[in-house]
Each structure stands twice: as structure tokens, then as C-alpha cells.
Design a protein around this ligand. Structure first.
Ligand SMILES: [Ca+2]
Length: 193
């Protein structure tokens, strides 16, 4: 019995040491909660909201090989938007990097970090439909990203928080029927990497 206790105690200590010894990874510094969509409650992803998910526009979290659950947005109605969104607290005047994997089958995809005084957007569209820039928007678009239908690609966007302490991340489609998916979303302070 004593021997078993000793073994258990040693295992405990080893675990504690291993935990302490782990270097800070970008996962630890990730400001996005449940960015990999693995935590679900009653079929909805924890920490994520669906904006304007009405009139046939839906989000769900299917399992895909090698990715576990993914965030999936389907916009069936071209007059409504559909976004996955999450509020994030920032420090002022810091450089941040947003990264994720994304894919789309059709439609028009936006990646947006926004707040009053900060508005960073990127725009995704299928390759054969480029170039098309959203002329009706005043904000500066950082980039138009070409997608191949149904293929995942890495998306990265950097920005400085300026005086902003809280922003809304929105991922999804606007004014267009479309289908979009996201996974492994991270937002980290560049200095922490
Ligand atoms: Ca996942």
C-alpha cells in the first residue's frame, strides 16, 4: 500500500513539474475562446454568437476529418448576413495577429475585427470570381483573399489596437448565399509570440 502511495505521489509530482515546464504557447496566449470549436453545449459552440442568423441562415459545428468540430455558416438568403462572432478584450496600442483556417464553397466571405474607431477587414471570394472589391464600403480593406471552392486555407490578419480595448470578431457572409467554415482561430498579441 505504501509503495502504491509513493508511486502515485511521484506521478503527481512529475505531472506538476511537466505542467510547470511547458513553455507558453500561442494556444495559452490565445484571446479567442473555443477557437477550435471543440466545446459544444446543446449543439452550440461555447463562447460564440451567431449574428443575424435568421431566415434560413444558420451556423452549426459538424465534425470534419482531422479537424474535430468546425464552425460552419450557411447563408441561404441573399438579403441577410450570417456571422459567427465573439467579443475580445485587447490592450491598447498593441500589435495583434489573427490567424485561422477557413474555407468557402460559394458566396462572399468577410473576416472583420471591429469596434468604434477600429475596423479591419479582409475579404474572401472564389478565385474565378476575383477581382471584385466592395466599392460600397468606406473602410480600408486589407486584402482580398482568393479561395478554391471547398479547400481550407490559412488566413492571417495583423492590426494595431490603437485606443481600442474591446472588439468584435465576425466571420461569415454578407448579402450573398454562401457557405463558409472556420477552425483553429487564434488572436494573440504579437509581442507574446
Ligand atoms: Ca476543430
Amino acid at each position: 500500500m505504501k509503495y502504491l502511495q509513493k508511486v502515485l505521489l511521484s506521478l503527481c509530482c512529475l505531472t506538476a513539474i511537466a505542467t510547470l515546464a511547458q513553455p507558453a504557447s500561442s494556444q495559452d496566449n490565445n484571446l479567442i475562446k473555443n477557437g477550435n470549436f471543440e466545446k459544444l453545449t446543446n449543439g452550440a459552440a461555447d463562447h460564440w454568437d451567431i449574428l443575424e442568423g435568421a431566415a434560413g441562415n444558420v451556423a452549426d459545428y459538424p465534425v470534419e476529418s482531422g479537424k474535430g468540430h468546425i464552425g460552419h455558416v450557411k447563408s441561404a438568403n441573399s438579403t441577410k448576413n450570417a456571422y459567427l462572432s465573439q467579443w475580445v478584450n485587447l490592450e491598447t496600442n498593441q500589435d495583434y495577429r489573427l490567424s485561422m483556417k477557413a474555407k468557402m464553397n460559394r458566396g462572399k466571405l468577410t473576416f472583420a475585427i471591429g469596434s468604434n474607431g477600429l475596423n479591419k477587414r479582409m475579404y474572401g471570394e472564389l478565385k474565378e470570381e476575383l477581382p471584385m472589391s466592395p466599392w460600397f464600403w468606406d473602410e480600408t480593406w486589407l486584402a482580398s483573399l482568393p479561395f478554391e471552392a471547398g479547400k481550407w486555407r490559412e488566413v492571417t490578419m495583423e492590426f494595431n489596437s490603437g485606443e481600442i480595448k474591446r472588439v468584435l470578431l465576425t466571420l461569415g457572409g454578407f448579402f450573398s448565399q454562401g457557405e463558409y467554415a472556420f477552425d483553429d482561430i487564434t488572436l494573440v498579441k504579437v509581442a507574446d509570440q
